[in-house]
Design a protein around this ligand. Sequence first.
Ligand SMILES: Cc1cc2nc3c(=O)[nH]c(=O)nc-3n(C[C@H](O)[C@H](O)[C@H](O)COP(=O)(O)OP(=O)(O)OC[C@H]3O[C@@H](n4cnc5c(N)ncnc54)[C@H](O)[C@@H]3O)c2cc1C
Length: 472
Amino acid sequence: MVETVRAKLPVVVIGAGPVGLAAAAHLLERGLEPLVMEACERAGAAISSWGHVRLFSAWRYDVDAAARRLLEPTGWSEPDLDSLPTGAELVDGYVAPLAATPQIASRLRTGTRVLAVARDGADKTRSLGRDRRGYRVRTVDADGRVTDVLARAVIDASGTFSTSNPLGVSGLPAAGEVDAAPFVTGPLPDVLGADRDRFAGRHTLVVGMGHSAANTLLSLVELSEAAPGATITWAIRGGSARRLFGGGTDDELPARGLLGTRLKDAVDAGRLRLLTRVSIEQLVPGAESVQVLGTAKDEPLALDVHAIVNATGFRPDLGMLREVRLDLDPVVEAPSALAPLIDPNQHSCGTVPPHGEAVLSHPDDGFYLVGMKSYGRAPTFLLATGYEQVRSVAAALAGDRAAADAVELNLPATGVCSSDLALAAEGESSAVSCCGTAPAEPQLVTLGVGAPAGVGFASGVVHGRSGDGEDA
Ligand SMILES: Cc1cc2nc3c(=O)[nH]c(=O)nc-3n(C[C@H](O)[C@H](O)[C@H](O)COP(=O)(O)OP(=O)(O)OC[C@H]3O[C@@H](n4cnc5c(N)ncnc54)[C@H](O)[C@@H]3O)c2cc1C
């Protein structure tokens, strides 16, 4: 395919989550033609599956600027910027109206799952003329019809929510994990609502050490007050839960600080049992319950539980990208230049400087991972970070290098930092910040054009959501 033909093709955006839709809004502002492919029937599907959970970020951090410019003429009323939406409110009040704007709706294909992406006419090994070729995006619709769509560029904003890590400690499913699937839920079951009967008066094991685990544990504690007789066990891989108990009043996302504090109180009060250094080796499903076998602190562990909540974090689906030449970090599975900034082995607090197209590019030009998926296995992604990513990517695709490189972002700081995860795993004190001195207030960080060299990367002022995943 010659370059002139490639330039006439749409930019395919994979996923109609908040970041994919923001990408479409920015592309439209740049005069580029987006085509958004969404696997589910409605935009914001991943968020809807945890709709009962309240975000830590106030509305002011949840709405993209180009999306707002699309929404305003429709009579959309912006929610109170200082309030915290639930996932359902975020979808109903922002994602769904955005998807329904005429500009986006006419370019959105729901019920269309992307199966694979490749360079059109060139498999991964073929280099000759590769840069002139566009992309071939293979899709399947709800009726099983497979269709190929040609694209000048591809922005993969498909998130990671549908690919949980397994319960097995080595990153592989524990023996019997597949057969035990009926006993295992995702990280955020609606414990106090739709899924109540599954947990009331029963023994639940929650595995993982992120905020999803914390949310679910606190809901289980609340449920156990209304429906007595429940047992709650919390298993983590590390030696201490201190990082999750975390920043308390130092956290500039107060709801997040409060979550850790409440969880610590519940553990201290004996409302749930915390097991540390847990390794799950085998699941043996029975008729009513499942046996969990493994070790805790090197001693044999055997639990009989009615339900297991898998809150061990997520990993990106890279299978569909097998034909694309990617430059991914071997540890985090994020773009190589981004990975050192978000590697949970180095950054327990999730401090991430704003970044754009330059950090997100791959050997195959015109292909980008953005949003939650750009963070690979790192759990600290924030929407505002994703909105800045797609603003920069759209500028680069439109040929505006200066705008692509001028990265600006304003996010809240957090006190939830600890630099020494090895010590933390052993339950030793580690109060040293890995993020420099966190400023008291959010600050604007400018990178690239017009910014002094190095500004931002050492500042420690932009923070991610502290993790949903287990720590090491
Ligand atoms: C419980 C929870 C709380 C969070 N709280 C906050 C918060 O307070 N503040 C904050 O900033 N961030 C928060 N986040 C993090 C992050 O902002 C969200 O995960 C957000 O949904 C990421 O947006 P996204 O657009 O990248 O991906 P998603 O919202 O996951 O959207 C991806 C979309 O792609 C679709 N899709 C997947 N695979 C395919 C495919 N093959 N083909 C086509 N479509 C596909 C999915 O159906 C989905 O609609 C939270 C995350 C979780 C899980």
